[in-house]
Design a protein around this ligand. Structure first.
Ligand SMILES: [Zn+2]
Length: 104
């Protein structure tokens, strides 16, 4: 029997959140072998976040570039610096600089 939902049920959004976390974990895992795949995982996570209207957690947002949406791996394709209670991330792929408040 086919069912259609007007609203996204709660279990779907929590599943989406899990999926996003998982994708970032995978992206980190495959980075050394296949960085292109890592970028793909980020893209997928972003799509899930948009489709289900769930936010990507702050901690995961720092793991990809806001501009080119590439997965960021500190020391490899980005630089992470702490300055004035802020985290400054520079993406080497598009030279974008992102600043995040550093919460203690
Ligand atoms: Zn970038």
């Amino acid at each position: 029997m086919a069912r259609s939902y007007r609203k996204k049920p709660k279990f779907q959004t929590s599943l989406a959140k899990e999926r996003i976390k998982e994708l970032f974990m995978q992206a980190e895992k495959v980075w050394a072998e296949e960085p292109e795949l890592s970028h793909r995982y980020v893209e997928l996570a972003r799509k899930i976040s948009m489709k289900y209207k769930v936010k990507i957690p702050q901690s995961l947002k720092r793991k990809f570039c806001k501009k080119c949406h590439h997965f960021l791996f500190p020391g490899d394709n980005c630089r992470v610096r702490f300055r004035d209670k802020k985290i400054v991330i520079t993406c080497f792929d598009c030279k974008n600089i992102m600043r995040y408040p550093h919460k203690k």
